[in-house]
Design a protein around this ligand. Structure first.
Ligand code: ZN
Length: 387
């Protein structure tokens, strides 16, 4: 199986003795309450999902990442992982070598930070260099206003998992690697998702599983911090669960969720997602058209090309746009279908959500009936963004 990124799976989870001590001593620790994105990041650091990171980035890594898309040690890395709590004032009393408690979304401490450095971030610069725009209509750029101006770095220790609605799907890198070993999968392809499955997703997943060099498929929807109009995490997972159970051989496919915030950074997000999946044990990474895109900020195929620029040890499996073709009478991609657009039925989520909202039936060419049924149960879409 592929090695974790950087060669070693980071494990910053506390031992039982440490947890006991934490429960007794946490009242004496200064607490910080990050925004939701960074709560999720703290947990993922602890579990090794962001190996080789052992904590939140300091100024050197941060500047290398936003300017050169590399960590200070030279490894390619495209997403800053920083802790910049909204109330910077609470950081005044914190100094290097302090231990502080990190609160979860309910205000309960679940991790600690061994403080190394405090540094100022320029949010305009962050927006331009990471997302390529300062446009407030971009969801992640808009989220930057919830970040504080001061970031605090240091190693994270995880004492407790986050209590999430999708908790039973939140496999750790250690657990997925154990599963792949048990199944005898050497090469595993990762499928990134953020929506319930439709037949274009299924087409790409099946074509991937047909490959000689792929032993198994790990489907891992991102279900962390979501924005208004997204499907709820438990809906995405339920739809995938019924789908995988009904349509895939259980010895070829594993389903797990990944609670982190979506980074709509186009190619930079694609590379970051591929690195994270490598830590979960995946050697191959599926990249469709416009993955991690939003609006028209990114070239839809830049996510294919970034793997030519940076080698993160994961083999990208690049797919073009997929849709149902009436003339072919099957799901196809633009690579294999010669027919004009009027023969094609789009599988866009916007269209599916529109039909749902209008109470119209979802076409069988696009969705499996079991998935349609989950979506038709109603109350499936978030009406407010989460912070
Ligand atoms: Zn066709």
């Amino acid at each position: 199986m592929i090695e974790p990124y950087g060669g070693k799976l980071v494990d910053r989870t506390a031992s039982e003795t440490e947890v006991k001590r934490f429960v007794e001593e946490q009242r004496d620790l200064i607490r910080i309450r990050p925004i939701l994105d960074q709560i999720y990041d703290a947990e993922k650091i602890g579990l090794g999902a962001y190996s080789p990171l052992e904590g939140f980035m300091g100024s050197e890594d941060y500047n290398n990442v936003i300017n050169k898309s590399r960590l200070s040690n030279g490894l390619p890395w495209t997403m800053p992982i920083i802790l910049a709590p909204p109330q910077s004032g609470m950081l005044n009393e914190i100094k290097p070598s302090d231990e502080v408690a990190i609160e979860d979304m309910h205000g309960n401490p679940f991790a600690t930070l061994q403080v190394e450095e405090k540094f100022r971030i320029d949010k305009q610069e962050f927006a331009v260099k990471v997302y390529g725009t300062t446009d407030d209509a971009h969801p992640n750029v808009s989220d930057l206003k919830h970040f504080g101006d001061i970031a605090v770095s240091g190693k994270v220790k995880l004492y407790k998992r986050l209590g999430l609605s999708v908790a039973r799907h939140e496999l750790t890198p250690r657990e997925t690697r154990e599963h792949f070993t048990k199944m005898g999968w050497n090469n595993v392809a990762a499928y990134q998702a953020r929506n319930p499955p439709h037949l274009a997703h299924e087409y790409i997943q099946r074509v991937t599983l047909e490959r000689d060099d792929v032993d198994g498929l790990f489907i891992q929807p991102i279900v962390g911090k979501l924005k208004k109009g997204d499907y709820k995490p438990e809906v995405i997972m339920k739809a995938y669960e019924v789908f995988v159970e009904r349509y895939y051989p259980s010895d070829k496919v594993l389903l797990g969720s990944l609670s982190i915030s979506m980074r709509y950074a186009g190619p930079k997000a694609v590379l970051f997602y591929a690195i994270v999946r490598r830590n979960y044990g995946c050697s191959h990474y599926i990249v469709g058209r416009d993955q991690a895109g939003v609006g028209n900020y990114y070239d839809p195929y830049a996510g294919h090309r970034i793997f030519d620029e940076f080698d993160v040890g994961v083999k990208p499996l690049r797919y073009q746009e997929t849709f149902y073709c009436k003339a072919c009478a099957s799901m196809v991609s633009s690579k294999v279908c010669p027919h004009p657009n009027d023969q094609h039925i789009s599988t866009s989520q916007t269209k599916i959500r529109q039909l749902l909202l209008e109470g119209k039936p979802l076409p069988a060419e696009i969705l499996r009936p079991e998935v349609s049924q989950v979506l038709a149960e109603g109350d499936v879409i978030l009406t407010e963004s989460q912070y």
